[in-house]
Design a protein around this ligand. Sequence first.
Ligand code: CP
Length: 310
Amino acid sequence: MDRKLYHVLGAKQFDRAELERLFAASREMEDVVAAGGDRRLAGRIMTTLFFEASTRTRLSFESAMHRLGGSVIGTENAAQFSSAIKGETLEDTIRIISGYSDVIVMRHTEIGSAKRAAAVTGVPVINAGDGAGEHPTQALLDAYTINKEFGRIDGLKIAMVGDLAYGRTVHSLSYMLANYQDVMIYYIAPENVQIPANVKRYMDGKGIRYQETHDLNAVAGSVDVVYQTRIQKERFPSLEEYEKASGKYIIDGELLSRMRKEAIVLHPLPRAGEIAEEVDADPRAAYFRQAHNGLYIRMALIAKCLGVAD
Ligand code: CP
């Protein structure tokens, strides 16, 4: 059967029907994991090619492949330990890896790198983060978590906090939330890392309500989700710019006391001080549950990419 290649390059590619299918498949994967995994991907190989550091994304993808009976090859530090360091182009690296594996999961420093990779290969490419661009599989697990915690996404109020300029997770999550009815987004960021104009244009085009503000305290009591993010020191052009943005928004016991009892705190993680550890014991702290959901979503996604799911 001639099957169209299923790359995962950005969050805009997912419509609501596709998200609902993936969420249903992810729920089934929770049972598969509870039963000890299965062998549906036996004989299949995944390459994980990471030019930037990762704990959750790389290891949950690798775990997902193993849970479904597949194998993994890869490099966790492709910038140093692949032939990129000898000057090999990304395109050539991808052409070579395509002969060794059935699916490529790639994290790279440059916006648009996953699209470049997909253009030269006959195997599915999954974007595991392209610089300050997008992180679509994080948005999938974020949306899955929100849906699981509330039983819906429609009608929710979501505050996205922190580094909204370089934060690829908030770009992808915004695009994904645009599939839902009556959501309201509060973008809360220091002056030099506001949500980019291209994201706002997309949300405007989809008729999604949003408000930009600097005042987290003012909205904390009315939102369903506080989506906190790290101020990413490594992405700033200078230490001075980083210092202008850092330390402005901390989720601590005091902030939590302003939030609704049914609200949740999410964070793509890692955190670097922007959620105090005292928050962890509160049932509204959903960020570790969120990270664990990444396994199920990624199992469902790999199965889809490799043609063993709907
Ligand atoms: N959320 C996320 O992408 O985490 P890692 O950088 O650890 O993969």
